[in-house]
Design a protein. Structure first.
Length: 135
């Protein structure tokens, strides 16, 4: 699983059936990576189960599950990078999106070859999910 833009390490978790350990997390902010490291320690998640890194140092790996809780603008700007991390048959969950911005984000990820489900809205915020077709 990849948490893209991990912040403090507490992105909403996808359904447990999606998640397999180990987990990788990336962020551009060194303070976010440190906060994630600290939270992992507090939750007894050791380095063998969690890789924290800057996006450019992650390599070319693909993941069964990719989650990102980032605002719509960066999600659109990073669509190619984030979508490329989803393995064939893998799933994607995006949050941090205002309902009025959902269509733009959906279009950006559909343009990357992902099959996107209808938005799930709650109190003006949207969760988008999708999958990369299996090869």
């Amino acid at each position: 699983m990849l948490d893209y833009g991990c912040g403090s390490g507490f992105s909403p978790s996808p359904p447990s059936s999606w998640v397999r350990i180990p987990r990788s997390a990336v962020d551009i902010d060194p303070q976010a990576l440190q906060a994630s490291r600290d939270n992992a320690e507090r939750n007894q998640l050791d380095d063998s189960r969690l890789l924290l890194e800057y996006p450019e140092r992650l390599g070319q790996g693909r993941f069964e599950v990719v989650v990102a809780n980032i605002l719509a603008g960066p999600l659109i700007e990073l669509a190619a990078e984030i979508a490329d991390r989803v393995a064939p048959g893998g799933r994607l969950a995006l949050s941090g999106i205002l309902a009025a911005q959902a269509d733009s984000v959906l279009d950006a990820y559909r343009d990357q070859g992902l099959r996107m489900a209808p938005p799930q809205e709650k109190e003006g915020w949207v969760l988008l999910s999708g999958e990369r077709p299996a090869a």
